[in-house]
Design a protein around this ligand. Sequence first.
Ligand SMILES: [Zn+2]
Length: 440
Amino acid sequence: MIYVAFDDTDSLKGMCTTFLATEMINEFGDLDLVGYPRLVRLNPNVPWKTRGNGALCLRFGRGTGGKFKVGELDGRDIFAWTQSTNHPPPEEILPRAVAVLEKWAEFGDRLTNPAVAVIDRKPPPSMYWKAVRDIVPIAEARDAARMAGAFKAYKNGRGIVGCVAAAAWRPLDKTYEILAYRQRERWGTEREIDAESVIEMDRRFRSTFNNYDYLNRKVTIAPGSPCPILFGIRAEEPSHLEKAMRTIRSETPDRWFIFETNQGTDEHLVKAGKTLKRHTSVNLRGRVAGPPKVIPGGHVIFPLDHGGRIDCAVYEPSKQFRRVARALMAGDEIMVCGSVRNEPKTVNVEKLCIGELTESRVKVSNPSCPGCGKRMKSIGRDAGFRCLACGTKAPATAGEWKKVKRPLKTGWYEPPVSARRHISMPLKRMGVKANPYPAP
Ligand SMILES: [Zn+2]
């Protein structure tokens, strides 16, 4: 089969590379789609991303094996095949893919650098891993694309990185997303989606995730941008997604497709070494090294000793998750998952697991003097006690202390649904129960 991959065609103002995928499927109606369309999220921590940093890959050929429905377009059912026998040469396909891209991509946006590649030799998996965890130099991606087939890249050429990465992806772990698109005349207007029906769908279809933020009463299947997407429902497996979509009461979708994706897989995370590389995302084990601070804007910062020392940040948009960070104490053993920010150098926390909580104590009373029996006075925090009558000293441990119940438990905490990243694995997928947030 042949891979048609494209990336970086959207902007903050509109368009969406997944919509362009539906137009590509329409253009290549004379070929058979092989497998689900693929939506591959890349490093969420690159400084120049437009929105979700997702690249697309479609596979075409002459279908064989079985076929299954993957979407609807212009009132027609669209099917994909499980296998392919042969395909036309890349040189024949590229001009047609280029025409679709040039019709729809947002060339005007400063941050948008589109590219399309038509590939018949799959790039090595390392191209995917590097693009999801680190930064791939444009020249390296161009070389790989040249080896693999034919391509066209525009402006600074960066889009080719996503093309090669999306074509290189071999799904080990994967999830699915059904994307419903808006009728053209509705683009840019407010979306009509009944929140109650989203809750209904969320409760009924257990394999779906990240649908509704119950804490903040927010529908999270619809984007906030003026792009052509009406909504997207994510799930562990694809079989119930069409039914789930039809449960949503909304404006009538124009078309819809099911995508195979690396969303919710945590594939961006690497185990951190002593030095943290900028623009990467890490799993970091350590000990909280001081009290958390709330800084202007409502962000919570706490220092972590992981062999080196780094500030971890839980930003205001994480809402209730900040309560967890605020309740940490020096000495707590934790693991954080997050992205390494360069300036100031911090780890932006995506979720965290508490391994061990340090004991919190308050002093109930001062000791009585071993010399004369009078009640002793404290001479400062952790400095111990002194008897004012006879001058005898006693260590801090001589006082009577009471254990205070911490508002945290060991185990996992994650941000509310509306504050999660596309690629971050929700605890639901990890098969662990999320701890409740401490009281405000
Ligand atoms: Zn005394």
